[in-house]
Design a protein around this ligand. Structure first.
Ligand SMILES: [Zn+2]
Length: 233
């Protein structure tokens, strides 16, 4: 099992971004759709949760406009809470990297972004990977958050867990060494990612969730839902 140290990082990394529609935490399986909002200087991509998507599909046009207006004001005032973007293909995002926990806006020109992009491009069937962090990667990712940066350094973070949500859209989390774990097995990495991101899952769930994902032939979402349901009962 992971040691005490990785537990600390896990808690910090679980500061997630919120859905700007309802202010609920954006747990991975609640991720709905990506939207784009262009300001003068940058293109802000944000993700609405599935519940909000359902809601806007039901309301009338004028109400929809109001709904999005409210979101834009929120994004302008407190972008960091809601940012969930990963890469802008058309042009690099203006301004500095804005991070909010494990979900961050990533400029396109970092070697690690390039590495992940190429990897998923070359392995279209893979959605989760673990790789060694690049020199400077943590510093860059946490450059606006001294507390996170210090914690990452103190805990000997060496490994990036990367999840491809869709083409050009990825989420990263960081952990310490995966030595002794089946790091080449995508199902294991998927289970670990869920543990890091989902408030309802703890490290002690890792082995069982890993087995559940395997049992369900890598259908991660279904495995998580089934596992949580079973735990509830
Ligand atoms: Zn929402």
């Amino acid at each position: 099992m992971f040691d005490e140290k990785s537990l600390i990082i896990k808690d910090i990394l679980k500061k997630k971004s919120l859905c700007p529609g309802c202010d609920e935490e954006m747990i991975e399986y609640r991720v709905g759709e990506l939207f784009l909002y262009s300001t003068e200087n940058e293109e802000i991509k944000y993700i609405l949760c599935k519940e909000c998507l359902k809601k806007i599909n039901k309301i009338r046009k004028e109400k929809q406009i109001k709904f999005f207006k409210k979101i834009e004001i929120k994004l302008e005032n407190n972008f960091r809470l809601y940012s969930a973007i990963l890469e802008s293909k058309s042009k690099p995002l203006a301004g500095e990297l804005k991070e909010s926990g494990a979900i961050a806006e990533l400029p396109i020109d970092n070697p690690w972004n390039e590495d992940d992009r190429k990897y998923f491009e070359n392995n279209p069937k893979i959605n989760y990977r673990a790789r060694k962090i690049y020199p400077g990667e943590l510093e860059e990712t946490y450059k606006n958050n001294a507390e996170l940066k210090k914690s990452a350094e103190n805990n000997n973070i060496t490994t990036a867990i990367v999840h491809k949500i869709s083409d050009g859209q990825r989420v990263r989390a960081y952990v310490n060494s995966l030595e002794g774990y089946p790091r080449e097995d995508e199902d294991f990495i998927a289970a670990l990612f869920q543990i890091l991101m989902n408030d309802f899952l703890k490290l002690e769930d890792l082995d069982s969730l890993y087995q559940e994902i395997k049992r369900r032939n890598s259908f991660v979402k279904e495995a998580v839902e089934a596992y949580l349901k079973e735990k509830e009962e």
